[in-house]
Ligand binder design. Structure first.
Ligand SMILES: NC(=O)c1ccc[n+]([C@@H]2O[C@H](COP(=O)([O-])OP(=O)(O)OC[C@H]3O[C@@H](n4cnc5c(N)ncnc54)[C@H](O)[C@@H]3O)[C@@H](O)[C@H]2O)c1
Length: 276
């Protein structure tokens, strides 16, 4: 089941024509297709101009290269999303290059395997800063632009692990991914009357290069075994693909989702139902 087709399965359309999408965490943590990279490509395929921002310029540039190969427009930016000054500079650069920001996808996320005894205060703070404080920083910098423009769409990326215990302790990740949901709900309430919609995608187990990193941090060195175990855990018998998240992000950004606000879309092949 793991050998799912990873070729670009998103067709061109005009749903996001004229819009500028800023994707935070637009790269991939290892070679392969991540959610951020697939989101850059999918949004560009729907006509958006893409600002691909990542901690590593090379990762952002890879996503930009993929977009351009397909005839789309994109520029790479480097910043740590948990650093206010770096983000201020990057957002200024995006506005200088594209003139506006209509779509904000806050995609980067990190974790630390372990429960309370294994999670140091330093790790807790780092995960909290990258997964949650980054939303505050992006909101402070980008919502005023969206208000001035008369609207926009904000997309948070949480995880089923923010709603349920999935079988191993991942405390800092679980707690911060729960916070993503509530943060985005609060934005949606406050900014709805200014034309801004804010929603969260809640992915289940997705087959991205991150799985490789998880394999080393859980001491299960055999990546293939871990992938197979993740496939088996899902009622549909396979992990999701990054495209299956990216297409939902494109939908949420588009006018097809014009009345969807302040909520979550769980994209998990039925996984969460096992833990309800
Ligand atoms: N893969 C899964 O199974 C899964 C499941 C549920 C939720 N998610 C969430 O989806 C999102 C993307 O996951 P992925 O598996 O595609 O991840 P990934 O690790 O492959 O990619 C994340 C990207 O974010 C960037 N990044 C990390 N910290 C950053 C920072 N401080 N500033 C800027 N960029 C930073 C990395 O460099 C990387 O390019 C994450 O928020 C993750 O928690 C993933």
């Amino acid at each position: 089941m793991s050998d799912f087709d990873f070729s670009v399965p998103v067709k061109k359309d005009e749903r996001l024509a004229g819009q500028v999408a800023l994707i935070l965490g637009a790269g991939s943590s290892a070679p392969g297709m991540s959610i951020g990279k697939a989101s850059c490509i999918a949004m560009a395929q729907s006509g958006a101009k893409v600002a691909a921002l990542d901690l590593h310029m090379s990762a952002a540039q890879e996503s930009v290269d993929e977009v351009r190969k397909l005839g789309g427009q994109a520029i790479a930016y480097e910043a740590d999303i948990s650093n206010f000054e770096a983000m201020q500079k990057a957002v200024n650069a995006v506005v200088a290059d594209f003139g506006r920001i209509d779509i904000l996808q806050i995609n980067a996320g990190v974790g630390k395997v372990g429960g309370p005894e294994e999670t140091s205060l330093e790790d807790w703070e780092r995960v909290q800063k990258i997964n949650v404080e980054s939303i505050l920083i992006a909101s402070k910098l980008i919502l005023p632009l969206m208000v001035k423009q008369g609207g926009g769409s904000v997309i948070g990326v949480s995880s089923v692990a923010g709603m349920r215990y999935l079988g191993f302790p991942h405390l800092a990740y679980n707690v911060t991914k729960a916070a993503v949901i509530q943060f985005i709900r609060m934005l949606a309430q406050q900014y709805a009357c200014q034309g801004i919609r804010a929603n969260t995608i809640v992915p289940g187990l997705i087959d991205t290069p991150r799985v490789r990193r998880l394999a080393s941090s859980t001491a299960s060195e055999d990546v293939e075994k871990l992938r197979q175990a993740r496939d088996k855990q899902v009622p549909m018998g396979r992990m999701g693909t990054p495209w299956e998240i990216a297409t939902v992000a494109t939908f949420l950004a588009s006018s097809d989702a014009s009345y969807i606000n302040g909520t979550e879309i769980v994209v998990d092949g039925g996984l969460i139902g096992k833990y309800s």
